[in-house]
Design a protein around this ligand. Structure first.
Ligand SMILES: [Zn+2]
Length: 154
């Protein structure tokens, strides 16, 4: 049986992610849970659409929708992990994630948090393994803190 990630009181919508195409699994102690593709996706594919609660503050599960407005989705989108060279990008105007690099079945679905976020809920040391990993990931308007700067240089 195909299961939804979103609660049953939310109406179903086109490109809604469901258990036939995705799973939420614990990836590691370091990064916690992430979204795994159960089927392959090609560049240009809509991987999934998302929805959530509008807030005027940032949480661990928000992406920026507009200035001062964020979408909180603790069910699915908020579980997408960061990669400095991600396989999807977020099209916030349509609330969809578009595939930009092939994703094999079993692959982790990733985005670059700095694509949508001016400020992160919690900047972090990245272990995405990408060739051009930024090392310390912040929102696009944040500067690296002194403490992090020192740790990177040491
Ligand atoms: Zn990285």
């Amino acid at each position: 049986m195909i299961k939804r990630f979103y609660p049953s009181n939310l109406p179903e919508f086109p490109y809604e992610p469901k258990s036939d195409r995705f799973a939420i699994r614990r990836i590691s102690d370091n990064v916690g849970e992430g979204v795994i593709a159960l089927t392959s996706f090609e560049p240009g594919d809509i991987a999934f659409a998302f929805t959530g609660f509008l807030t005027n503050y940032i949480t661990q599960f928000t992406l920026k929708f507009a200035d001062g407005l964020h979408i909180h989705d603790p069910y699915f989108m908020g579980k997408i992990l960061h990669c400095c060279e991600p396989n999807t990008i977020c099209d916030m105007s349509r609330r969809v994630f578009i595939t930009v690099k092939p994703i094999a079945a079993g692959g982790i679905v990733t985005m670059d948090y700095a694509q949508t976020e001016d400020v992160l809920f919690k900047p972090f040391f990245c272990s995405c393994g990408a060739l051009h990993c930024r090392g310390y990931v912040t929102g696009k308007l944040e500067t690296v803190t002194t403490e992090a700067d020192l740790l990177i240089k040491s």
